[in-house]
Design a binder for this molecule. Structure first.
Ligand code: PLP
Length: 393
């Protein structure tokens, strides 16, 4: 099938909820993708921060192939080794002692919000969750409510009671918002969809102090900024704090759908038998893919590479900003970078696509760069040359 045929087939039968680029991909390797017409693209989008190891990483492909021939699904009524092994590995690499496996970022955050409610109900009948403006936590009703962007709420009200939005990167506002009913703070260590917003260095430490002072849970949503993206395996590590709960998805499965809600034994204890669950959580194929991906993403050499190439990429973007006044700011950490424009970013994204570079735009005016973490300096140069042509047009 050609690009045009696939687009037509989709238009005929899929519900049109996505603002899609007019291209259908059929093959990916490393940081490159090929469309159905045979055109090649350099990928600075990574399936929206999913393909952190690049496309079809051999370790992930091999793990999936082997597991697929043995057992595809068994149900959480029984045990399987891949889920148990993945939970152990996540605990070994983070603060966590207990893990709930699910299928997506929204589900991981939904689990975290239910955990906070359950925990609050057992600690003085508290129920309120404080989230932040500009955030994105998912599309289920609870996570949509915690998503601090009005455009996602339209037509879905009334939303979930007991969730309140507080200004991001404003520890004083968060302190003022806490009241007797408050059970938890839910926050992205770096906001992705909100425009690649990096908070002040003391933001998470101040939220940690606040949580400790009032006995609240600090929940970090690392669905986008986790799994090596910022040059540490988890973004909370930059702030030197220990959260109570962390949510993961996207890059966790090396390209397969899987999510995780990670916490301490003490907090996890409130989720007793029957309190939560999901049919596909810890699916053997998705779990072995995640084990393979985590094994690669946790390598110190890869994380050092992210910091080094990320700094180089940011420097190249700052050089572009010096030559093109349409770029008003460059920000980010590791290989989670954004270039804020003085105008809408969509036309630049379209010109890049036509010239063989995949990027996207968030918060209307922020070009977002979340390439596979294995990209080279040469690929950064190639992408920046395409971007410069798109900015100059
Ligand atoms: C920070 C963050 N949390 C949660 C989600 C929702 O994840 P999913 O689309 O897998 O439900 C996203 C998706 O972009 C995200 O960026």
């Amino acid at each position: 099938m050609t690009n045009a045929e696939i687009l037509a087939a989709s238009a005929a039968h899929e519900i049109g909820v996505y603002a899609r680029q007019p291209v259908a991909f059929v093959r990916g390797r490393g940081a490159e993708l090929w469309d159905a017409d045979g055109a090649r693209y350099l990928d600075f989008f990574a399936g929206l921060a999913v393909n952190n190891l690049g496309h079809c990483h051999p370790a992930v492909v091999e793990a999936v192939r082997t597991q697929a021939a043995e057992l595809l699904h068994a149900s959480n009524v029984y045990y399987t080794a891949p889920a148990a092994d993945l939970a152990a590995l996540l605990c070994r690499h983070s603060f966590a002692e207990r893990v709930f496996l699910c299928n997506s970022g929204a589900e991981a955050n939904e689990a975290a919000m239910k955990l906070a409610r359950r925990w609050g109900s057992e600690h003085g009948g508290r129920y309120e969750i404080l989230a932040t403006t500009g955030s994105f936590h998912g599309r289920t009703f609870a996570t949509l409510t915690a998503t601090g962007q009005e455009k996602y709420h339209q037509g879905f009200q009334p939303l979930l009671p007991g969730v309140r939005l507080v200004a991001y990167d404003d520890p004083a506002a968060m302190a003022a918002a806490v009241r007797d009913e408050t059970a938890a703070i839910l926050v992205e260590p770096i906001q992705g969809e909100g425009g690649v917003n990096v908070p002040r260095p003391d933001y998470l430490p101040r939220l940690r102090e606040l949580a400790d002072r009032h006995g609240l849970l600090l929940i970090v949503d690392e669905v986008q900024c986790g799994m090596g993206r910022t040059g540490r395996l988890f973004a909370y590590e930059h702030a030197g704090v220990t959260p109570d709960v962390m949510t993961l998805a996207k890059a966790l499965g090396g390209g397969l759908p899987i999510g995780a809600m990670c916490t301490s034994s003490r907090v996890a204890a409130v989720l007793t038998v029957g309190a939560h669950g999901t049919t596909f959580g810890g699916n053997p194929v998705a779990s072995v893919a995640a084990i393979a991906a985590l094994g690669e993403l946790a390598r110190p050499e890869l994380l050092a590479h992210v910091r080094e190439v990320g700094a180089y990429f940011a420097e190249r973007l700052r050089a572009l900003a010096a030559r093109h006044s349409v770029i008003s700011a460059v920000r980010g950490l590791g290989l989670m970078l954004g270039a804020e424009l003085t105008e809408r970013g969509a036309p630049v994204v379209e010109r890049c696509l036509r010239d063989g570079l995949l990027i996207n735009c968030c918060a209307e005016r922020v070009l977002r760069f979340v390439p596979p973490l294995i990209i080279t300096r040469e690929q950064v140069d190639e992408g920046c040359a395409i971007l410069e042509r798109a900015l100059a047009t």
